[in-house]
Design a protein around this ligand. Structure first.
Ligand SMILES: N=CN[C@@H](CCC(=O)O)C(=O)O
Ligand SMILES: [Zn+2]
Length: 399
């Protein structure tokens, strides 16, 4: 057993149930887990001591929504959007074509590059999705490649009906052979329930098949307009519904109802459907920012994620998402960090393992080159990324 003490932290934000901020803190790591956290003056001895140089510490980000398995470039589509064009799901086909032309080696290298970038930005737990394959062979290939890099993989064969395909026949394929082939590589399934993608009946069919296959569920819902996505997610007990830009009262009530048997003060009880807000995507598609404040006030557990993908959100910067949530969505800095750490962990069913600095959790810790975690929003856009530890190992940045 090896012990390491990270000490001389200006503060440590734990992301625990009471959102504790410990001034002048230290953290003891035993092997890969957190063994103690508290005031540096009370710290136990350790074999190795790391002087954090009076940096602030917080849990590594848990990015619970990305689409990192892709090739090609869609910057021209982005430029056109900034000039007034609306976002449309059809752009997915452009990425599907470029990704299909990419070898396993190139696709793996691209994915690893993105995951490494995310890690340097403090993301120590990463979900990613398929969804740019849209055929049995390609979806299976993307799921397999994703499973070699990401911590959790979501099957999103139901991202777009390929051009020329019959929507019902394609949905049947997703629910049949495609689902069977990707199963060894994925833990979740997702459906883009939106006008221009999959309608309510098709989404229901995908969610039913995935649930029957033993997968956890998620839904891309209410991104471009009002619709049935949120209510379907709650009805199916999905782990999360993501985007949530256009919500009516019934959507918010359904989401908050799913958390009725959850005690937020002790973080015990039965887990509901996490509402995942994707602020970088909202800005890049010029959609109204998801109502994170209203959802929190209604008792919904909220996650913040990057949605890193080439169409709507080509960034893996969770710090940017946190700053936006504070500056434009009226979350406090503590609420935003909790959503980007513990919220993501809840959405991935990993809340017992990662997402907060608590004894027994994996030692996923990021240090900021700043004396307070508030600098994440106070100095938006600045490169504050310091050393990053995953499972107790220094994996990015310099001490
Ligand atoms: N909305 C659906 N899927 C992605 C965008 C996909 C794309 O345009 O390439 C998203 O989450 O925003
Ligand atoms: Zn997405």
């Amino acid at each position: 057993m090896s012990t390491t003490l990270i000490t001389n932290l200006s503060e440590a934000f734990t992301s625990d149930a009471s959102a504790t901020l410990i001034p002048e803190a230290a953290i003891l790591i035993e092997d890969s887990r957190i063994a103690w956290i508290g005031k540096a003056t009370d710290a136990p001895g350790a074999e190795n001591v790391i002087d954090a140089g009076f940096r602030a510490a917080l849990p590594g980000w848990v990015d619970s929504h990305t689409h990192m398995v892709f090739a090609g470039d869609r910057s021209a589509e982005f430029v056109a959007r900034m000039a007034g064009q609306d976002y449309a799901a059809g752009g997915i086909a452009v990425t599907t074509a470029a990704t299909g032309a990419s070898s396993d080696y190139d696709l793996t290298r691209l994915l690893m590059g993105r995951a490494t970038e995310a890690l340097a930005g403090g993301t120590t737990y990463l979900e990613t999705k398929t969804g740019y394959g849209l055929s049995v062979e390609e979806e299976t290939r993307h799921a397999r490649i994703a499973s070699t890099v990401a911590d959790k993989v979501t099957f999103l064969g139901a991202h777009l009906v390929p051009a020329g395909a019959d929507a019902q026949e394609y949905t049947d394929l997703v629910c049949g052979e495609m689902l069977r082939r990707v199963l060894p590589y994925v833990q979740y399934a997702d459906v883009f329930c939106e006008r221009g993608a999959f309608n309510e009946a098709q989404s229901r069919q995908v969610l039913t098949a995935a649930r029957d296959a033993g997968l956890g569920l998620r839904v891309h819902g209410n991104q471009l307009g009002a619709g049935p996505g949120v209510r379907l997610a709650v009805e199916f007990g999905a782990a999360s519904v993501d985007h949530v830009n256009y919500l009516d009262e019934a959507d918010v009530t359904a989401l908050s109802g799913s958390w009725n048997r959850w005690d937020a003060s002790s973080r015990t009880g039965s887990v509901g459907t996490v509402a995942t807000c994707l602020p970088a995507c909202d800005l890049s598609t010029r959609q109204p920012l998801a109502p994170g404040r209203e959802l929190l006030d209604a008792g919904v557990q909220v996650a913040l994620a990057s949605n890193c993908n080439p169409g709507t959100s080509y960034t893996s910067s969770m710090a940017f998402c946190v700053a936006t949530a504070v500056l434009q969505m009226n979350l406090s800095i503590e609420e935003a960090i909790v959503a980007a750490t513990y919220g993501g962990a809840l959405a991935l069913g990993e809340q017992g393992n990662v997402g907060s600095l608590e004894v027994g959790k994996r030692a996923d810790i990021q240090l900021l080159n700043a004396p307070a975690v508030a600098h994440l929003a106070y100095r938006p856009g600045m490169h504050l990324n310091g050393p990053v530890f995953r499972a107790g190992e220094l994996v990015a940045g310099r001490l």
